[in-house]
Ligand binder design. Structure first.
Ligand SMILES: [Zn+2]
Length: 438
């Protein structure tokens, strides 16, 4: 328990995320944009047919662990009814406040879960102390080490009746099949913009913020389906501008976190100008801008170039002047280069509160490097000839070597002869020294 509390404090220090925690959904009905999941869960709760293990897959910030917590409350709620937690009883409150003994949250990403899974294996057979079910929520379950995953699997194979597992992951393809097959799987989707705007409007009403719908749409768009990112953006805006937020302020904040420089970096990528590219990344970092947001805009821009190149410009929702500029850039770049760049920057993983631009810098450098496949046969071919040349140089050296060895042996022979000569010499000296004393 003490361990868990320390972890929470650590994550709190990393960033404010006040809205994210404060406005966390507390009922299945409040979970945004995942009706296909919440409806099924509600039915299962109503009919008492809950599974022993669930696997929640989907992008970050889509409500996986929040839903896990709600589920933990709903199965244990003392008033329990209608497939939702009451959020008023002792157990519901303990879970909401994060001090319920019978709900354990494990973050497999932090230490790969070795200690926690070992502890879980030991404790899982004991009945819950207060609640009906002991609920284990294991976040980023794909990060578990192999021994930890195996230990978990053993528990999943024969789950005690009083235990429920909620496994969450952003990368289900990395979860061992043996674990996947024992869970009821739900796929969380990126939250649609409309649903996100509605939720943001609710938060604004609750926080007494004055902000137009068009601004909320802009926030929702840049959060690309992650409610957590949208809430954090809103929080940043309030920290910057206060509770009255104008559209141009939102544009300014989103604008300064990218647009121009994302476009600039895209040009350097097309030109394969590493120095200029690194300079752009450096200036974005130095201004303390959100690198994740910047990278998103860059990827979105590269995607636009790719679509134009593929003749699908109609799919891009941009004003005509911006579009014609992109067309100019897309013309100068081959399709393979654009797809490589989009892929590399899409794979860049930046922590929300991390300030290291290294992943971006690496992607920039890799973009400018020659293509992997054609480079492979070319590189060994060129050094192969100098290696042969060296060998032929070495060979004449080795042949004269034995001729040097031959004179070397007589020298050694002379030395061995010399040694006995030197050895008796001091014996002659010794009697010589006492001689003057006599
Ligand atoms: Zn309750």
């Amino acid at each position: 328990m003490a361990k868990r509390r320390v972890k929470v404090e650590k994550s709190e220090k990393m960033g404010a995320q006040v809205y994210y925690r404060k406005w966390r959904p507390q009922t299945l009905a409040e979970v945004v944009g995942q009706d296909h999941v919440t409806q099924t869960l509600r039915n299962a709760l109503k009919t008492g047919r809950v599974a022993h293990a669930y696997l929640f897959c989907g992008p970050r910030g889509t409500g996986k662990t929040s839903t896990g917590r709600i589920l933990a409350k709903a199965v244990n709620c003392l008033k329990g009814g209608k497939g939702e937690p009451c959020n008023a009883c002792a157990i519901c409150q303990a879970i909401t406040e994060g001090h319920a003994i019978d709900m354990v949250e494990i973050d497999a990403a932090s230490n790969r879960g070795i200690d926690e899974i070992r502890e879980l294996r030991e404790r899982v057979r004991y009945a819950p102390s207060m609640a009906k079910y002991k609920v284990y929520i294991i976040d980023e379950v794909h990060m578990l080490t192999e021994p930890a995953a195996n230990a978990l699997l053993k528990t999943l194979e024969e789950p005690p009746p009083h235990v429920m597992f909620v496994l969450a992951t952003t990368e289900p393809h990395k979860v061992p099949l043996t674990i996947l097959s024992r869970c009821q799987r739900f796929d969380f989707k990126r939250i649609p913009q409309d649903a996100m705007v509605t939720r943001l409007a609710g938060i604004c009403a609750g926080e007494d913020l004055h902000i137009e719908d068009s601004s909320l749409k802009l926030i929702a768009r840049s959060a690309t389906g992650s409610m957590r990112d949208a809430e954090n953006l809103l929080e940043q805006l309030v920290a910057y501008y206060g509770t009255d937020i104008k559209l141009d302020q939102v544009q300014a904040m989103l604008g300064i976190t990218g647009d121009v420089r994302a476009q600039e970096l895209a040009r350097h990528i097309v030109d394969k100008d590493i120095a200029a590219g690194l300079q752009t990344i450096n200036s974005v970092t130095q201004d303390g801008l959100d690198l994740r947001q910047f990278n998103r805009e860059l990827v979105e821009y590269l995607r636009g170039l790719l679509l134009i190149k593929a003749g699908a410009a109609a799919a891009i929702d941009l004003p005509p002047e911006a579009l014609s500029e992109m067309k100019g850039l897309a013309e100068t770049a081959p399709m393979s280069q654009l797809s490589k760049a989009a892929r590399l920057f899409r794979q860049v993983e930046l922590e929300f509160d991390g300030f290291s631009p290294l992943p971006l810098e690496l992607a920039m450098v890799e973009c400018a490097l020659p293509e992997g496949k054609p480079a492979m046969p070319a590189t060994p071919a060129t050094p192969a000839t100098p290696i042969k040349a060296k060998k032929t140089e070495v060979e004449p050296v080795t042949t004269p070597a034995p001729t040097e060895e031959k004179p070397a042996t007589p020298i050694k022979a002379k030395n061995t002869d010399a040694d006995p000569v030197c050895a008796p010499a001091p014996t002659e000296e010794h009697p010589a020294t006492p001689a003057p004393g006599e």
